[in-house]
Design a protein around this ligand. Sequence first.
Ligand SMILES: Cc1ncc(COP(=O)(O)O)c(C=O)c1O
Length: 396
Amino acid sequence: MEPGSTSRAQQFDKGLAERVRTRRLRSTDRTVTASDPPYRTQEGRTFLDFCSNDYLGLSRDRGVVDGAIRYAETHGAGATGSRLIAGGLEIHDSLERGLARFANREAALLFSSGFQANVSILPAIANRKGLIFTDRHAHHSILQGALASRAKLLRFRHNDPDHLGWLIERHGKGSRGPALIVTESIFSMDGDRAPLEAICDLADRNDALLMVDDAHAVGVWGSDGEGLAPAHPRIDLVLGTFGKAFGSSGAFVACGTSLRSHLVNFCGGFIYSTAPPPPVLGAVRAALEKITSGELRQDRFQERIRNAHDALRNAGFDTAPSDSQIVPIPMEGEDDALSCARFLHSEGILAVAIRPPTVPTGSSRLRLTINRLHTPEQISQLVAALRRYRDQARRK
Ligand SMILES: Cc1ncc(COP(=O)(O)O)c(C=O)c1O
């Protein structure tokens, strides 16, 4: 018997066999070799990458990589403990001050990942006497955080403030604990935007706290790449992540000083976890400087994103309701999504098929991501390959 392969572990084999049967088995087999964006190397072949979240191409940026090296050399490879037990370095504090300014809030708090932040902030804010309202398409980490809080969970129809208002009206009155509304700003699988002003109004009117996960907006959207949430001062908690446009890893929440202090005292994911390590802080600091310097020309990137949508729509591919760098192309079903991704792969393009359980049954799609470094020619190459796939599929 292989170590760890006990008979007790075999109770999970049935679930895995079902995943194999439905062709939904996930595995870590297909690794890629890091290469300069927007390319990716896989098994010795170079592909045009239309699936990474490294929207600005900063993961391999010289300044960002040097930032990581400099901080590692000066401050070491690890923080050596949690922030409250000798792991808190001055570079955590100074980065948080910079992030608070970036997000237009009084204060910020670092986390090692966005998942960790969501899964532990929600239970620190709402408890079993309270209520959490989340958009039905909100990220899995938001759902897990809501379940961990033991608050009553109510999921409103995607981007539907009327339904949210109705749920608050129906369930909000009897609550004896805090009410919290949580949404993403740009949705990770749909690429569309939440109606933030309408949700702020509802939060105000019902005295509910509001948290917005800005993971896919920071670095790309907003007048200076600050994301979409910072422009709305009524949002209590703004979550940003570093694993996407920042090109590295980790997350922050920006909020008022008293909420930050509450999290420092009551958020388990902050209190009981090793502080983010210096190399990551160095990379994030360098990325933040680049993002706020204007040198990345997010305005041009935003224009490029609009052009990509136009090119896809003109070729007959429905990209609605997305208007962002995340572009879902609806597919006929799971097999269609898989065969389209395989076809693109054969044409030297990396794109992922997104299927249930990641998205609801019947909404399989290709999830394309536009990168700041994609040229108009590369976008045309993608559109032409998609057309060829469609023509070929129609002939069958
Ligand atoms: C909207 C959203 N929130 C949170 C996360 C989790 O962030 P991280 O990758 O830093 O754990 C993701 C990642 O996919 C996301 O899309």
